[in-house]
Design a protein around this ligand. Sequence first.
Ligand code: PMT
Length: 402
Amino acid sequence: MSTSGTSLLKGKRVLLGVTGGIAAYKVAHLARLMVAAGADVRVVMTDAATRFVGPDTFAALTGNPVHTTVWDEPGTVLHVRLAHEVDLAVVAPATANVLSKLAQGIADDLLTSTLLESRCPVVVAPAMHTGMWDHPATCASVEALEARGVTIVGPVAGPLAAGDEGMGRMSEPEEILAAVEAVAARSTELAGRRIVVTAGPTHEPLDPVRFIGNRSSGRMGVAVAAEAHARGADVTLVLGPGAVTPPAGLHVMRVETAEQMRDAVVSAAKDADAVVMAAAVADFRPERVAEGKLKKEAGPPEVRLVPTPDILKELGESKGDRVLVGFAAETSELEASGRRKLLAKNLDLVVVNEVGREGTGFGFETNDAMILTRDGDDEPLRTWAKRELAAAICDRLAKRFG
Ligand code: PMT
């Protein structure tokens, strides 16, 4: 809960989505806590949720009508109205079913249609039996939602429905409230800021079908873009080929080569407050691109490589007030190499990744990395989930702009 004494939810319009799990009875208490914190709570229940708790309970607690179907307000497009009028959405309890629908973009009831239309920050509090929580389908849904910037609270281990025990119990309402308050606080931290983020590899063509590339998946850059967007920034994502799908709400510029990435970044950076270069830009490209497919019969081609533009260096040379964040992919002497790049490219912050080991960095879910900054707000080498590292970068951007 807020430690400052001023509620972070005061005046916020919160959509509370209740889905069909026994933990729905505890969500009545969550609704009460959010109202007490000053939020204007609008409840949407699925059909299944109404079998656990009656809509009148939530109507009495929130002072607002509770909606259960898209047809509740003939004459208005209810899911669109709700989607646009709320500042934040919470789904509690969130069943495996609703997680999967949100991950897939299925909109077959009022709650899922509203959340598909909305671009507000979303917090979900899963609750289900252990087998459902551990199922690869649920794991994939949770991963997809996290990659889009959705905050997942819990679940925790403990007593479940039908007298069972295990992982899958919904977090307590007070804990969900704390997460909702944290998201509310974060959601405006970068409001009014324009941030350019790059993600993914570049492909440097050899002929019409072949290229020189690297193993970057784009996850790291997309995580930074999603986090900055969740904090209210206006984000332009310059995205290399074959990279992960970015969340809605970003301006996405798709590029293929280092040259194209340079042009996109330089143009987007003109009125940006910060640029975060998480892309793995090729340092070299083939000097010549063959017009036709290189023939095997002609023998191995001799390929002369020439340097690509160093985008970050160019940005550093005309830095002005813009905050510049770089990444450094290193296999040895991490700190020394990182400090060299911080100075050589005129950066404010560099994330130094240890790469070349199985399980971390290029293409994986985690990064073994340290953060080095000009102002000493450093973090030693450790393993980070990419979204956690993205949050640490955005914390520093917010401090810088604060
Ligand atoms: O995409 P993922 O699978 O999630 O993997 C994430 C990542 C490992 C690719 C990412 O965390 C990362 O380290 N990105 C930068 C990789 C890299 O190109 O490092 P570098 O040390 O070669 O380059 C240093 C910096 O200069 C980088 O910010 C890079 O974007 C930038 N650069 C590099 C070359 C170039 N021609 N222009 C540049 O601007």
